[in-house]
Ligand binder design. Structure first.
Ligand code: GLY
Length: 372
């Protein structure tokens, strides 16, 4: 996008300025060309679930975040208010309250946030009992000298900050899906222990294939990044992580550089999908460094996907053509107001600008549909 006024905006601005200054019409026509710098175009870029859930209200995450941001709220406050909607919505089974639980049926949540202008960040991992982990991550950023609190310590911190702690964050829907997984993965507890991990993995994939779980929800997450008209960039990522994970497993979402990274004046990148792939390659850090070198968000994201593909060598993670057999998506914006959603396999993402909120197709590294 151009950093200057377009011709029509320039002509209108020039004419108005000259008229106010009382310059006669004949001289106004001879006025020299003035190029007035324009501020960046505010925008919010998120995973597709950022424009799907309303938690019984009238607006989605990206609509709420964009509105608050353009009305003057701090960018991170606006983004966290947006993802709170999704965390609290019982229909969304990959984030916050009602997120798919771990192998023991316990909902354990991860989240991180970054504030570009303040150069601060906060995160929580394996947090139990709090519906909105993104808000706890923001408190870690605001109230402590630390970047990441985990498990019982994160819960004690949340309690101290006044968050209600609940015994169980399952909804009837998430509990039902967990029970179905148990039934498929572990009938009667009599499987060979060496085969149980694989049986659990396969049972989860069959539930996706049977249409019980949206493939995007298996590692489901929401990432939401925004930039205001002053060019201030912030981001947040929040998740219940991999469905049926080993208790204590932490994914990429709360780890800076993996599930979320940004640099003010440069850009932001966040991710959904297989967290282990991003933890290995610190993909969002890589993307922001590529933005810093001037690469377009789409090119930077594609480079990170190619890096993941190159680093994926184990047979169990490859399809018959040697491609990764999992999804990873990136949601990226730069300080010029350019944005992109990219993914290993075709998917969607959401964007909100002054023209409204919309869901768009990602640019995919591989064009076939992910089979599992
Ligand atoms: N990207 C979410 C996770 O792997 O936990």
């Amino acid at each position: 996008m151009s950093d200057t006024l377009n011709r029509r905006e320039f002509m209108a601005a020039s004419a108005a300025a000259l008229a106010v200054a009382g310059v006669p019409q004949t001289l106004q026509n001879q006025a020299p060309t003035l190029l007035i710098p324009k501020g960046p175009r505010p925008l919010v870029v998120a995973s597709a679930n950022g424009h799907r859930y309303k938690n019984g209200g009238t607006v989605t995450c990206i609509e709420m975040a964009f509105r608050m941001m353009t009305e003057g709220a701090d960018v991170l406050d606006a983004l966290v208010a947006g993802v709170n909607l999704v965390e609290l919505d019982p229909e969304e089974v990959s984030v916050g309250y009602g997120g798919l639980p771990n192998a023991e049926g316990v909902v354990q949540l991860d989240a991180s946030c970054m504030h570009g202008p303040r150069k601060r960040a906060g995160a929580v991992a394996a947090l139990e009992g709090v519906r909105t982990p993104s808000s706890v991550a923001q408190k870690v950023m605001d109230e402590t000298d630390h970047h990441l609190l985990v498990g019982k310590g994160a819960q004690a911190f949340a309690r101290a900050m006044g968050f209600p702690i609940e015994d169980d964050l399952n909804t009837p829907k998430s509990r039902q899906l967990w029970l179905e997984w148990k039934r498929r993965a572990d009938p009667g507890h009599w499987l060979d222990p060496r085969k149980r991990a694989e049986a659990g993995f396969q049972a989860g994939l069959r539930m996706v294939a049977d249409g019980l779980i949206d493939p995007e929800h298996y590692y489901g997450t929401i990432n939401c990044n925004g930039m205001n008209a002053k060019g201030e960039i912030c981001g947040v990522t929040t998740t219940s992580g991999l469905a049926w994970k080993i208790p204590g497993r932490v994914g990429d979402s709360p780890v800076l550089g993996a599930g979320l990274y940004l640099a003010d004046g440069i850009g932001a990148a966040g991710s959904t999908g297989r967290g282990e792939a991003n933890l290995y390659g610190l993909s969002t850090f890589l993307i922001v460094e590529l933005l810093r070198q001037g690469r377009h968000p789409k090119d930077a994201g594609m480079e990170a996907l190619r890096r993941i593909a190159a680093n994926t060598q184990e047979k169990r993670l490859l399809d018959e053509k040697g491609r990764p057999n999992f999804q990873v998506d990136f949601y990226i914006l730069n300080a010029r107001g350019e944005s992109a959603g990219v993914s290993m396999y075709p998917s969607t993402y959401s964007v909100c600008t002054e023209n409204g909120a919309t869901t768009m197709d990602t640019a995919a590294l591989h064009q076939n549909k992910l089979l599992r």
